[in-house]
Design a protein around this ligand. Structure first.
Ligand SMILES: [Zn+2]
Length: 347
């Protein structure tokens, strides 16, 4: 059950404070130059009092808005509220309809723009934020009648997505191009992923620490071991059992031990054109686990690294829930912005 923490911006009807500096020349002295009643779109306030000032230095006049107001018709609070309605799963039209029930007339196109603006704001807020451990995971979303691959990047310190890219997670070159500026901006030093080979290439080429999600590893290795248990000669069953135990405790010496086991096993016995025998499959498994072992254990020496990629999967879950009702995107940029917002709220 998602809990929504509602913190909408405050909106004041008038302001007691004077402007701090002139928006044109940064001068500090002003004369009051009249006032206007500005009608606004908001759930509680219908109009606000706006003072005009004249700068004593450059002689230009400007408006000084009360908190929560800008030159736009909508207040900051309404903008946030409309965005929230949308991110809870309503369509743009339904969000507009709910607001009209509160006697606030806002077109669905305006709400679309609000969502886009909010997402941009979020991205900006995150632009230079330090992120040490980054979760990466691919997903498919429905866009223009087809499944489109996206890659979601989540700050594992906070569980918040920092960006969503139109990237296929099997394409290591594309991931590297996309990830490089992020690594520089945020100072990322560790990635947490499932164990697709593309992510291994990324971690290696970019010299990032790597933690492979242990839920994924346990799932596929568990399945392989179960199959091998039925097919390999009985005298080798103890090897399967030992691999299972090594994975259970993620022993720090696991890599060397697996390598030793691999050496102990008889070599290739079927011809090149035949399918691999059960013993060869076991050998391959031992070698692969031995090679990747260090990326299973990164979390053991770094308390900030989680041992699964669950936080990223949760963000994708929120995004998918929202994406089901997402329609009317005109551009990829628009769609990615919407998805990013959806992955953030509610949580
Ligand atoms: Zn001025």
């Amino acid at each position: 059950m998602a809990i929504v923490v509602l913190k909408l911006p405050n909106v004041k009807r008038k302001t007691e404070t004077r402007p701090k500096k002139c928006p044109y020349c940064a001068g500090h002295t002003f004369q009051r130059w009249g006032q206007v009643n500005k009608p606004v779109k908001d759930v509680r306030v219908r109009n606000v009092k706006v003072y005009r000032y004249r700068c004593c230095h450059c002689k230009r006049t400007f408006r000084h808005y009360p908190e929560g107001n800008t030159r736009a018709d909508q207040t900051e609070r309404l903008r946030a509220f409309a965005t929230l309605l949308w991110s809870l799963g309503l369509s743009y039209r339904a969000s507009s309809l709910i607001l009209s029930g509160l006697r606030v007339m806002v077109s669905f196109m305006t709400i679309w723009r609000d969502v886009q603006a909010e997402s941009q704001k979020m991205k900006k807020r995150y632009q230079w934020k330090p992120v040490r451990v980054l979760g990466l995971d691919g997903a498919y979303v429905l866009g223009w009648g087809e499944k489109q691959p996206v890659l979601v990047a989540v700050d594992l310190g906070t569980g918040e997505p920092i960006t969503v890219g139109y990237i296929n997670e099997y394409d290591s070159q594309a991931i590297i191009r996309w990830l490089r500026p992020l690594v520089q901006q945020h100072g990322i030093s560790v990635i947490v992923t499932d164990d697709l080979s593309s992510y291994k290439i990324v971690a290696e080429k970019m010299q990032l620490e790597h933690q492979v999600c242990q839920f994924h590893v346990r799932r596929w290795v568990g399945k392989s071991l179960k199959e091998l248990q039925e097919t390999i000669p009985k005298e080798w069953l103890w090897v399967v059992e030992e691999v299972r135990q090594l994975l259970d405790v993620l022993h720090p010496e696991g890599s060397q031990r697996l390598h030793a086991l691999w050496k102990q096993l008889p070599g290739r016995c079927s011809g090149q054109n035949k399918s691999r025998s059960a013993m060869e499959q076991l050998r391959d498994l031992l070698l692969r686990l031995s090679r990747d072992w260090h990326s299973y254990c990164t979390f053991q020496s770094d308390p900030e690294v989680p041992w699964t990629n669950n936080a990223t999967e949760r963000a994708i879950g929120r995004m998918k829930m929202r994406a089901r009702t997402v329609r009317g995107y005109k551009s990829w940029q628009g769609m990615l912005s919407g998805l990013m917002l959806a992955a953030t709220y509610p949580h």
